[in-house]
Ligand binder design. Sequence first.
Ligand code: HEM
Length: 403
Amino acid sequence: MLADKDYSLSFFASQDVTIHRALRSRVSAAYSMTSMLAMEPYIQEVADKTWTKFRAFADAGKVIDLGEWVPYFTFDIIGQLALGGEIGFVERGEDVDDIISSIHIGFYIMANMGSVPLQMWWFNNYVVKYLVERFGSAKMNAFQGFLRWLEQRVTERMKHGLGTRRRDMLQHFIEMKGVQGQPTGVGDVMIEGVNILGAGADTTSVAILAVLGDLILHPEIVPRLQNEVDQAYKDLGHDVQQTDIGYKEASTLPFLAAVIKESMRLHPSIQYQLPRHPAAGGVTIGSYQIPPTAEVSISPRSMNRSKEIFGPDANEFRPSRWQFSNEKEEEAVKEMSRLLTTFGMGSRVCVGQNLALVEVYKFVAQFVRKFNMKLADPQKLWTTKTQWFSMQSDFRVQLEARR
Ligand code: HEM
């Protein structure tokens, strides 16, 4: 039986299989596709603001860094759904209160501390905390300010309820129950929101940027993609200035789906190892006996580029590998999809993949409908830095509005 203290953990951090299952199951409805589609208008609000900004940049001929702007979009969406409202990155066109940079500093520290013995002792040590607070940079401490802001927001919502706002993930977290059926506290609700901010914003922006990067590297596919999307707008009677294509419509476009899947295969957002322990009794792989105490892991990047699974051209960008014209090809595509590791696998598979896909499909379809882009420096696409997530930065482009 789980104790109360188990629930103050998040499922993201829990290693015990039973605790993880219990903690994950109480939030899984919030991540379902039904829940995402009900919240789609919140996502569209952020998209609309982004397109207004992009249109102004295009009209002014201004070079922008997509490595900054796409994260503003995905971080604001997490704010909209899980933190009670957007944080204002898109509106202000900046990393508000250094929230994004402070998360990246956290990733850097965690990526490097991951193999240090007694790592949590270092994190929770009062002397270390004092030294960071006293002598650390403003960015290192920015997250503490964000947590105080979030606590205030969550407390307000718990006191005053949803009001006229449509149900969101934050509300779900507030209504979830503790182990004895008791209401959950502010801390439990905050942990769920912070998890999503850490796990769901950068990952999704990496995926969107991966697709945009491939469109730049393979300009020959852009007209085909734009034709498909334009036709979908026409069929649906959408006027580009009035209403935009939704996830349900965008996800039925075969070429768009193939491009997105292929870009996310070649550049999975998480590229470091996904660690596991073998089941009780261990496992035998080939001539190796692996005991249950051993840590085994696989990197989505290496798995996604396996020639055994994806064929001899596994390292090439070829969206057509996801398309099929007969039953045999369809089976082969199903098998590749089953082994695609972009979102992980098994009981720890990404819980947020529905939200991620809604965001990626909407962003890419609406972006190619509205804009053309070219690199500011034709010789340079971006710089990537991998610390568990493989993030692109310095992706400087000039936009041109499609009339
Ligand atoms: C394209 C975007 C995304 C990618 C590529 C991605 C990828 C992953 C991967 C590889 C894992 C580890 C799975 C494993 O160990 O097998 C994971 C776990 C997780 N992801 Fe995502 N993710 C994305 C977006 C999101 C979003 C939008 C959210 C939140 C709304 C989210 C929340 C989580 C959480 C909470 C976990 C931990 C699940 C658990 O331990 O049970 N992710 N994700």
